[in-house]
Ligand binder design. Structure first.
Ligand code: PGA
Length: 255
């Protein structure tokens, strides 16, 4: 049995002072039993990472820390970028790579996503690699082609242990739209993702890899999604900005 992995992707929300308040509110809502049962990751903006890390340390909170993006080099003349080494020094545990918003608005190709994935693994951090199809691709029957291609690009010829990679299946049409994939849809595509990983990296890796669902996860749909056999966790955007909602999602994710 894998420990459910529930991550909050705060996107470009909250100043570092607001982040402090949100973490404090969340820590009142969750108790040791919740943290024993569920691994909870907070992914604030870069400007809040140090603040949140300091609070986690000083108050001995059980949250894990995640970043929303990273560059693939350890250092260099890349104005505005942040490296895996910098994140590791901040005790960051997880890094989201290839979120659909980065692919869509910042032109991140499968190749760039793969470079980031390799760099994150190389720094000893855990990547959460996002994959998912658009509405037009789903309607055109291209879900497996699109998602399968993204998964292959992430796993093919990986030097690091593939079992360390976390995959988040996030259908683009479900992100921030209030339209969630049904638990059956999520299960079907996530099982397909696992089969692609098995083809590329072997059965053991495919079994070990944790695969999250993301896209309009709310307190009301979390338990049903988590109830499906291949769903190992949730990547939560909008609802992770509300302490009560996010805490309810964590509690609903307990096995
Ligand atoms: P959402 O975002 O929960 O607001 O749909 C999910 C995500 O983009 O990770």
């Amino acid at each position: 049995m894998k420990t459910p992995l529930v991550a909050g992707n705060w996107k470009m929300h909250r100043t570092h002072l607001e982040a402090l308040m949100l973490v404090q509110q969340l820590s009142y809502e969750l108790d040791d039993f919740d943290f024993d049962a569920v691994e909870v990751v907070l992914c604030p903006a870069f400007t809040s990472l140090r603040t949140v890390q300091t609070l986690i340390d000083s108050d001995r909170l059980h949250f894990k820390l995640g970043a929303q993006d990273v560059h693939w080099e350890d250092e260099g003349a890349y104005t505005g970028e942040v490296s895996p080494r910098m994140l590791a020094a901040l005790d960051v545990d997880y890094v989201i790579v290839g979120h659909s918003e980065r692919r869509q608005h910042f032109g991140e190709s499968d190749d760039i996503v793969r470079r980031k994935l390799d760099a994150v693994l190389g720094a000893g951090l855990v990547p959460i690699v996002c994959v998912g199809e658009s509405e037009a691709e789903r309607d055109g029957g291209q879900t497996e082609g699109k998602v399968g291609g993204q998964v292959k690009a992430a796993f093919d010829g990986l030097h690091a242990d593939p079992a360390k990679v976390v995959v988040a299946y996030e259908p683009i049409w479900a992100i921030g739209t209030g339209r969630t994939a049904t638990p059956d849809d999520a299960q079907e595509t996530i099982a397909f993702i696992r089969s692609v990983i098995a083809d590329v990296s072997g059965d053991d890796a495919a079994r070990a890899v944790r695969i999250q669902y993301g896209g309009s996860v709310k307190p009301g749909n979390a338990a049903a999604l988590m109830g499906r056999p291949d769903v190992d966790g949730l990547l939560v955007g909008g609802a992770s900005l509300d302490a009560a909602d996010f805490a309810a999602i964590v509690k609903a994710s307990k096995p």
